[in-house]
Ligand binder design. Structure first.
Ligand code: SAM
Ligand code: SF4
Length: 332
C-alpha cells in the first residue's frame, strides 16, 4: 500500500518512473552519441534484473509510482528485458508499462513483450528515407525499424508513438513527409526539440530546430488545430491534423518548458536516482541496496532525492551547465 509520495519542494509529485536498463546502444544517433560510442558502464555497476525489479517494487508499493517506462541506451539490447517486464507487471496489474526504443530487434520480441505485460512502445524514428536514416544514426537499419513498428502493432502494443528529432540541414525539410507516413500507418507522431544532452556537447541554441519552426513546416501542408484533451503533465502539445482524428504532438522542452507540470523521476542503469534529465546531482540507491538496506531505507533515500529537484531545467540561464551524463546514460 502506498504510504508516501515522491513530492518535491514545489509540490510536484512524481508518479512516472523512467528506468534505464543499459547505457549501450546499437545505433549512433548524431544528436545523442559520437560515432565511436561511449565508455560503457562496467558490468558490475549495472543493476541486475533482481535489483531493478526490487527498486521498481519499492517505487510502486511505497512511493506511488503509477507508470514505468523502460529506456536506455537501447532497452532491447538488455538480455533480461522480457523477464524484467513480466516481473514488473506482476508487481501491479494496473501499472502503465511501456518502452522507448529504436525498434531494432523489436520484430523478434514484440509478441513476447506483449505477452509479458507490456502495454505500449514509443519508437524513435527521425526520417522515412533510408539514406537520411543512415546519415543520422550511422547505421543502415531503416528497414528493421519499419519491421519493428509493424510487429509492435500486430502484437497490440498500441497506441504506437513515434518520437522524432529534427536536425537543421539534415531532416528538417522532412517533417511533413514523416507525419504523412505516420498517419498512413496509424502511428502517433511527436516531434521533440533537440536538447543539450549529447555526449559530444554539440548542441547549440542557434542550430536547434524550434517548435515554432516545426509548426511552420507542418502548417505549410496541414491544417493544425489544438486537440481537445488537456495537456496535463504530458509534455507533448497535441494538435489535430486536418480536422482529425489523426494528431501530431510537439514536445518543446527547450522553447516552452513544462517543468512546472513534471511528474517524472529517473533511475539510471547503475542505480542512481535522478530527479530531472538535467539534474547535476544523483542519489545512489545501488550502494545502499548492495549494502543491505531495507525497502523502507531505500524509499527514504528516494524521497530525499526528490526534495532536491529544481524548479526548472534552466537551459536559458547564463549559468546553465549540461549534465555530466549524456542522454543515453541517463535514460531518455
Ligand atoms: N534508444 C532508445 C531510443 O532511441 O528510443 C531509448 C533511449 S533514447 C536516449 C530516448 C529518446 O531520446 C529518443 O527518442 C531520442 O530521439 C531522444 N534523444 C536522444 N538525444 C536527444 C537530444 N539531444 N535531444 C532530444 N532528444 C534526444
Ligand atoms: Fe541509441 Fe536512442 Fe541514443 Fe539513438 S537516441 S544513439 S537509438 S540511445
Amino acid at each position: 500500500m502506498t504510504t508516501q509520495r515522491l513530492e518535491d519542494r514545489y509540490g510536484r509529485v512524481a508518479t512516472d518512473l523512467r528506468v534505464s536498463l543499459t547505457d549501450r546502444c546499437n545505433l549512433r544517433c548524431s544528436y545523442c552519441m559520437p560515432a565511436e560510442g561511449l565508455d560503457w558502464l562496467p558490468d558490475d555497476s549495472v543493476l541486475t534484473d533482481d535489483e531493478i525489479v526490487r527498486l521498481i517494487r519499492v517505487g510502486v508499493e511505497q512511493l506511488g509510482i503509477r507508470e514505468v517506462r523502460f529506456t536506455g541506451g537501447e532497452p532491447l539490447v538488455r538480455r533480461g528485458l522480457v523477464d524484467i517486464v513480466r516481473r514488473t507487471r506482476a508487481i501491479d496489474p494496473a501499472l502503465e508499462l511501456s518502452i522507448t526504443t529504436n525498434a531494432l530487434g523489436l520484430a523478434r520480441n514484440a509478441a513476447a513483450l506483449a505477452q509479458a505485460g507490456l502495454d505500449r512502445v514509443n519508437v524513435s524514428l527521425d526520417t522515412v528515407r533510408a539514406e537520411t536514416f543512415h546519415q543520422i544514426t550511422r547505421r543502415d537499419r531503416f528497414d528493421d525499424v519499419v519491421a519493428g513498428l509493424e510487429a509492435a502493432r500486430e502484437a497490440g502494443l498500441g497506441p504506437i508513438k513515434i518520437n522524432a528529432v529534427l536536425l537543421r540541414g539534415v531532416n528538417d525539410d522532412q517533417a511533413a513527409e514523416l507525419l504523412r507516413w505516420s498517419i498512413a500507418r496509424g502511428y502517433d507522431l511527436r516531434f521533440i526539440e533537440q536538447m543539450p544532452l549529447d555526449a559530444q556537447h554539440g548542441w547549440s541554441r542557434e542550430a536547434m530546430v524550434t517548435a515554432d519552426e516545426i509548426f511552420e513546416r507542418l502548417e505549410a501542408e496541414f491544417e493544425l488545430s489544438p486537440a481537445a484533451e488537456p495537456r496535463g503533465s504530458a509534455p507533448a502539445e497535441l494538435f489535430r491534423v486536418d480536422g482529425g482524428p489523426a494528431t501530431v504532438g510537439v514536445i518543446a522542452s527547450v522553447t516552452r518548458p513544462f517543468c512546472g507540470d513534471c511528474d517524472r523521476v529517473r533511475l539510471t542503469a547503475d542505480g542512481q536516482v535522478r530527479n530531472c534529465l538535467f539534474a547535476r546531482e544523483e542519489s545512489d540507491l545501488r550502494g545502499a541496496l548492495r549494502a543491505g538496506a531495507t525497502d523502507e531505507e531505500l524509499a527514504g533515500r528516494w524521497l530525499v532525492a526528490m526534495r532536491g529537484k529544481r524548479a526548472g531545467h534552466g537551459i536559458d540561464d547564463p549559468s546553465f551547465l549540461q549534465p555530466d551524463r549524456p542522454m543515453s546514460a541517463i535514460g531518455g
